[in-house]
Design a protein around this ligand. Sequence first.
Ligand code: G3P
Ligand code: MG
Length: 287
Amino acid sequence: MRHPTTGAAAQLALKAARTEIVLPRVIGHRGAAAYAPENTLAGFRRATALDCRWVEFDVRLTGDGEPILLHDDRLNRTTDGRGKVSALPLEMVRRLSAGAWFGPSFAAERVPTLQEALALLAKLGLGANVELKAVRGREAETGKIVADALLRLWPSAMSNLLRSSFQPAALAAAGIHAPGIARGILFSSIPKKWRAVAEELGCATIHADQQLLNPVVVADVRDAGYPLLAYTVNDPTRAATLFAWGVTSVFSDNPGRLHDAAALRSGSQFIAGGRDWAERLRRGPGL
Ligand code: G3P
Ligand code: MG
């Protein structure tokens, strides 16, 4: 897969960037989406209370180019506003409640800015998978703005930070502007050409819909030396099956339930990236 923003020079930079990352087995999805409104600061606090060490959240741009946490391109589902967030300035988005839809006790939650989110992650000591969501035509801009913000504001080791996206152009820009921050390619079903896509974008990790995985495709990814992260896994038995197949980490709306599964009690750390990462992967869990 080729994208106009990835010329030969950029390709070299992307491929050279192999940042070591330390992945937990369980990552809170959109914070802890079963317990607190998704992509809110309350969700991060809840994930911490559930012993999560990392959270995943979605970042997109407001109409005036400010990075905020929101999954959908429209405000309707997770705020009391309506319409496309890409058509509104930050100041108007910030007037909305991002928690009333979930429950009255969360009515005071605002749509977080990326800056606010990073400040809270620092305080809580959480690692992050920042998922880039871009409207068509703003993929590269989204990748750049988020990269700049992370370079400025990420408080701790880059080994606790991963960016991901379904959108290759966003990942390409992310790699060009911050090659030292790891990237992962998101798929729904893993395509046959997955490795070429990952290599071209300099991705360290592969992410896929857990419902569309099978042991053969998991082995294919893992044998090639890539960690595989599966979304969204809320059932402990399913999590155990996925780990047995070789899945590295799972994203979960209810991470507390998965932590309790006996199958998850060992090998809670996983190291990817760095010069000897493929060898470590081949040696398996217990790293
Ligand atoms: O990053 C994993 C997962 O969040 C990807 O899908 O739609 O929930 O953002 P989505
Ligand atoms: Mg997401």
